[in-house]
Structures are given as structure tokens and as C-alpha cells.
Design a protein around this ligand. Structure first.
Ligand SMILES: Nc1ncnc2c1ncn2[C@@H]1O[C@H](COP(=O)(O)OP(=O)(O)O)[C@@H](O)[C@H]1O
Ligand SMILES: [Mg+2]
Length: 233
């Protein structure tokens, strides 16, 4: 299977090369875990490789996102100018109706896009708008199928469940091809919180079962090698 780099060396190692092309994978984690940064790092690395990307930001304002990523040394402007990067900020709540019709449109937007990479940050905002679990599952499944049919590779970020073991609604975990789980642990001496990443699932490929420490740095996400000591005494 052809792979796409995640833009994060340690994560590519854990995936034995990267995300398989045409997979749809979830990056799940608590607030502040680095889901948005990881998704942008993935997009940036693949823009540099000449891929077309569609980035749908349900939460943050794209202008603010781009301004913030400048400090990481990532330059998105020229990809916006060339058309290689399309940013979308759907308006999910409308004044009259509780939800806009974007939920309905999303699979069509995905199918029509000629992007090789599609990122949705986050799927939780879309799930929140659904009335029932059945609707939620149906919509995630439609979206998944739309991305698969388009031939693109998808990354969906998702807020973590309270127990930290998967996504909040527990649907995308089952429907999609892979789950990259970001968790927070307390160091042994209780003095600090550390971030760890694991591949909980990645269909059809061999991958690492390790739990590795990572950090959000001024250059983006950095996953430590498995040999680095993660717990301080
Ligand atoms: N320039 C930076 N240097 C180091 N860490 C940063 C920097 N910018 C953001 N962070 C860290 O990244 C976190 C936010 O990452 P983000 O991707 O927005 O999280 P999420 O989308 O999972 O909520 C912040 O809480 C902070 O810990
Ligand atoms: Mg975020």
C-alpha cells in the first residue's frame, strides 16, 4: 500500500511508513492534545509533496489558524494562492434553524472536491449537531464513504471520550480505517502531565503497538523514540 507521510517522523515510524493512501483515519484526543496542530502538520507536509488538500475547520477560524501556524514556520499562503490548499469554515449553526444544511452537504462537498487529502477538524462538532446515535452513525458512514469514493485520504480529528480510550461518540472509531489516539498521563512523580500517542487501530497494515511520548514544540508535534524514558521517578 502506498503511504502518505504524516509530517511527524516518529508517527510515520509507528505506522511503518505513514498513512495508507485512501485510508480515512481519526486523530482522537482531549482538548489541547495537539489534534489541530497534527492535522495541519500532515497537510503542510503533503502540500510540500505537491498534493492538493481540502481543510474543513468546523471550530477555529481559518485566518486565525494560518496566522498561528506561521510561528511553526509553516507557510500556507502560497498554497492557498496556487489553489493547492482549499480552506473551508462552514457555518454550522444558523440564526433561524439550529443547524445549517452543511451536515447534509458535507458528503457532496467531499465527493466534488478534487483534493487528494481531506481533513475535517473536528468531526465532533458535526456529531454534536445530530439528534440521535442512528443519525450520527449514518452521517459518519456517509462521510466516510464519500471520502473513500473520492479516492482521497482523510484525517478526521475527534474529541476524546471521558475515559480517554476513543472518541466521544465512539462511532468514528468503528466506522473509519484507523485511530491515532492521543492521551495525557501523569508523570510518576505526579509533577507534570505528559502526552502519549498510540495507534489503536489501522486497518490492513502492520503498525507499532507502542505507547510513545510526544511533545508540542515550536516546530509542531514531535514523537519521541521508543527508547526515550518517558516516566520521571
Ligand atoms: N508554539 C507552541 N509551542 C509549544 N506548544 C504549543 C505551541 N502552540 C500550541 N502549543 C500547545 O498545543 C496545544 C494546542 O494544540 P491544538 O492542536 O490546538 O490542540 P487540540 O486541537 O487537540 O485541542 C496547546 O494547549 C499548547 O500546549
Ligand atoms: Mg483543535
Amino acid at each position: 500500500m502506498d503511504r502518505l507521510t504524516t509530517g511527524i517522523d516518529g508517527l510515520d515510524d509507528m505506522l511503518y511508513g505513514g498513512i495508507p493512501v485512501n485510508h480515512v483515519a481519526v486523530i482522537a484526543g482531549p482538548a489541547g492534545a495537539g489534534k489541530t496542530i497534527a492535522s495541519l502538520q500532515f497537510v503542510h507536509a503533503n502540500l510540500l509533496k505537491g498534493k492538493n488538500c481540502l481543510y474543513i475547520s468546523a471550530g477555529e477560524d481559518p485566518e486565525a489558524l494560518l496566522a498561528n501556524t506561521r510561528s511553526f514556520g509553516w507557510e500556507f499562503d502560497r498554497f492557498l494562492d496556487s489553489g493547492a490548499l482549499t480552506l473551508m469554515k462552514p457555518r454550522l449553526i444558523e440564526v433561524v434553524n439550529l443547524t445549517s444544511d452543511f451536515l447534509e452537504k458535507l458528503p457532496h462537498v467531499v465527493k466534488r472536491s478534487n483534493a487528494e487529502i481531506i481533513v475535517i477538524d473536528s468531526i465532533t462538532e458535526f456529531n454534536d449537531l445530530c439528534q440521535t446515535d442512528i443519525e450520527r452513525r449514518g452521517r459518519v458512514l456517509n462521510l466516510y464513504e464519500a471520502i473513500k469514493e473520492s479516492g482521497a485520504t482523510g484525517i478526521l480529528t475527534a474529541e476524546a471520550a471521558v475515559d480517554g480510550n476513543g472518541t466521544r461518540y465512539g462511532i468514528a472509531d468503528y466506522v473509519t480505517d484507523g485511530v491515532i489516539l492521543l492521551r495525557r498521563l501523569q508523570s510518576k512523580d505526579l509533577s507534570e502531565l505528559i502526552h502519549v500517542v498510540q495507534i489503536s487501530k489501522m486497518r490492513w497494515i502492520q503498525h507499532s503497538k507502542e505507547i510513545r511520548q510526544y511533545e508540542v514544540t515550536e516546530k509542531g508535534i514531535r514523537v519521541h523514540s521508543k527508547y526515550s524514558v518517558i516516566f520521571s521517578e
